[in-house]
Design a protein around this ligand. Structure first.
Ligand code: FRU
Length: 639
């Protein structure tokens, strides 16, 4: 009885020590005993990239199998001699096209394909492995296949070996997120001391921010994500950073949510939206960018705090093949919405490669409750302006009995209010306007805890060289006015930031063609002022005014236009009849101005730390600041 146990122990020990069997490392210039058909494989293993191919990387040694010989249209197969399976695993590197059955490597046992793997639409190879234990002792062949013509019609393979060492899957998420967080931390130490950084607008601890992405109120928290480059203060390496808030006023930074899955050929995680699918599961949708056509991907949370995300196993969820013969250029920025109990998605782009004014919003319907199967329904909206060649970040949502479409086509951002024909899934705009004529782009929308509809935009254009760039606007509550326009107001929850007490309340500052002090200064404040033009030509405020008055940012009203450092709002006469009431949020180098008729402007300002005076002025006659309330605001970040 003792003997078999001993033998078993010995054979296990032996098994663990058995060296790997390299079936082919493709280092020699010919395929040797392997059988080639067709032309795709060329005369032998390639030395990296072939003519007309992008850079090929992450293979081992000098050569690899590369079926791009004569381009993507060449086809063929490469088959190994028979070998006996006598290790537990097969390990190999694979890249190229992601076309199952067409650009792939197969394991054949008894002439049948028992395992198969494709590339991942990337010229960078990644490690893959198969468990061979059930085939122990059987004889097998490896077959590398390129049957695909056209885009990504090639496969890359290298370093095929049998091994007893269990291949550990690489935790790419952990590796890349750690690297990204370390980079932000290192950069953050420098920028933390920069006094021009806004303290109550959302921004990352350092480096680049652009579009707000996927805002959603979910299980008691507002979640906000945004386009973020953890590695620099310029655009690049798009990730989704993540912050959350219970009250829409104070925010907490969470780990980066989405990273580019390099091993799956992804280089950027572009903009998108969040939704809860009909099964009750939260999903993020975004545009995946790599060395291939754009694809729409999804991600799923792995915990209730939403601090850990995985890429959806069904990715890519939408590809351009959905469009049949129609080519949608610059196809990106999915936004999900519901209508008549069904789930839809809009995407931005254009139908004629940025030529001739056909920025479009295309629309799709979900065909299952997992939101993994979609049908292309057609064009929801074509931008009416001939100069608009492309649309980015479309937002489409119901509000106050109407449908609202917000489009980013370069600045300024447009809004359209109209109706949706649910039979044809087309949008008929009735009124239009500009969302914000200041430093504002690519906004995103969420339903709030009280059913309110909130908008945040990206504030671009901060000075370069400071180790950070970009913030989000304050949350803006949207509504439709009696005359059918889209209106914006600062979210009431902003009252929770900082000191609710008024620092000053000024009854009246009378001026006759002159400038006056208000005796108030600050650089993180909210001001409520009423400007009365009287007989003057202009009346206004100087914010960020220097002690000697030589520098300032003027906010000027001339009876019909409000001018904030060159950005203009035209003010209808009735809005200023009893004086023009303004709400002004001053946050270091950012200023937001809101008018009572629902218009707003955000401006990035030159910043000099000591310029904190607030002054008033009138030109060409008598005018007054009828009243001014000011209160101090404080940081929104939880320590
Ligand atoms: C808008 C935009 C989007 C894109 C993202 C990339 O600013 O160009 O269309 O998804 O930024 O960062």
């Amino acid at each position: 009885m003792m003997v078999p146990v001993l033998l078993l122990a010995m054979s296990l020990a032996l098994a663990a020590d058995r060296p790997d069997v390299v079936l082919n490392d493709f280092e020699s210039p010919s395929y040797g005993t392997w059988t080639v058909t067709g032309t795709a494989f060329g005369p032998g293993p390639a030395e990296g990239a072939l003519k007309g191919q992008m850079a090929v990387g992450d293979f081992q040694g000098k050569r690899l199998v590369n079926t791009f010989f004569e381009g993507d249209d060449a086809v063929g197969t490469l088959t190994s001699p028979e070998f006996a399976i006598d290790r537990n695993f097969l390990r190999f590197l694979i890249g190229g096209g992601r076309h199952p059955g067409e650009t792939c490597m197969n394991l054949l046992v008894g002439g049948e394909v028992v395992k198969t793997a494709t590339g991942h639409a990337s010229e960078f190879l990644r490690e893959a492995s198969w468990d061979l234990s059930v085939y122990a002792g059987k004889s097998a062949r490896i077959e590398i296949v390129d049957r695909r013509k056209g885009g990504w019609g090639h496969v890359l393979v290298d370093q095929i070996a049998m091994t007893d060492t269990k291949p550990e899957p690489i935790d790419e998420r952990a590796v890349l997120l750690k690297k990204a967080e370390e980079s932000i931390k290192a950069a953050g130490e420098r920028v933390a001391k920069d006094p021009s950084r806004p303290i109550y607008h959302i921004l990352p601890p350092a480096n680049w921010l652009n579009d707000p992405n996927g805002p959603i109120y979910y299980k008691g928290y507002y979640h906000m994500f945004f386009q973020h480059n953890p590695y620099g203060e310029d655009w690049g390496n798009m990730h989704w950073a993540h912050v959350r808030s219970k009250d829409l006023a104070h925010w907490e930074r969470l780990p980066i949510a989405l990273w580019p899955s390099k091993l799956d050929g992804e280089e950027h995680v572009f903009s998108g939206s969040a939704t809860v699918n009909p099964k009750g599961d939260l999903m993020l949708f975004y545009t995946s960018i790599g060395g291939r056509l754009p694809e729409q991907w999804a991600a799923l949370p792995e915990n209730d705090d939403l601090t850990l995300w995985k890429k959806h196993p069904a990715n890519p969820i939408l590809t351009e093949t959905l469009h049949g013969d129609t080519k949608v250029h610059e196809w990106r920025d999915p936004f999900v919405f519901q209508a008549e109990g069904k789930t839809f998605m809009v995407l931005g782009g254009n139908l004629n490669e940025n030529k001739g004014g056909q920025g479009t919003v295309t629309v799709y319907r979900a065909e299952n409750d997992d939101l993994t199967k979609w049908t292309y329904l057609g064009v929801l909206f074509t931008h009416p302006d001939p100069e608009v060649k492309n649309v980015e970040c479309p937002l489409f949502f119901p509000l106050d009995g109407k449908w609202v479409l917000i489009t980013s086509q370069g600045r300024p951002v447009h809004w359209f209010v109209g109706s949706l024909d649910t039979k044809t899934m087309t949008f008929k705009p009735e009124r239009r306007g500009i969302a914000d004529a200041g430093n504002f782009y690519a906004p995103n929308v969420a339903k709030g805890a009280n059913g309110q509809t909130l908008l945040w935009g990206w504030v671009p254009d901060f000075p370069k060289g400071k180790g950070w760039n970009g913030c989000l606007t304050l949350p803006r509550v949207m509504s439709i006015t009696k005359s059918g326009n889209l209106a914006f107001a600062p979210a009431p929850e902003l009252a929770l930031i900082g000191n609710p007490e008024h620092a000053v309340m000024i009854r009246s500052v009378e001026m006759n063609d002159e400038a006056k002090n208000t005796d108030f200064s600050g650089d993180a404040t909210e001001l409520r002022v009423t400007l009365d033009l009287g007989t003057a030509k202009t009346v206004g405020l100087h914010v960020r005014q220097s002690f000697d008055g030589t520098r300032s940012i003027p906010i000027t009203f001339d009876g019909s236009t409000l001018d904030v450092q060159g950005a203009k709002l035209s003010i209808p006469a009735e809005a200023a009849k009893a004086g023009l009431e303004l709400r002004i949020f001053l946050d270091k180098s950012v200023l937001e101005v809101y008018t009572p008729n629902g218009q707003c402007l955000v401006k990035v300002m030159d910043y000099h730390p000591d310029d904190q005076k607030i002054g008033a002025f009138a030109t060409g006659g008598k005018a007054s600041i009828r009243s001014m309330d000011a209160r101090m605001l404080d940081t929104i970040w939880k320590k």
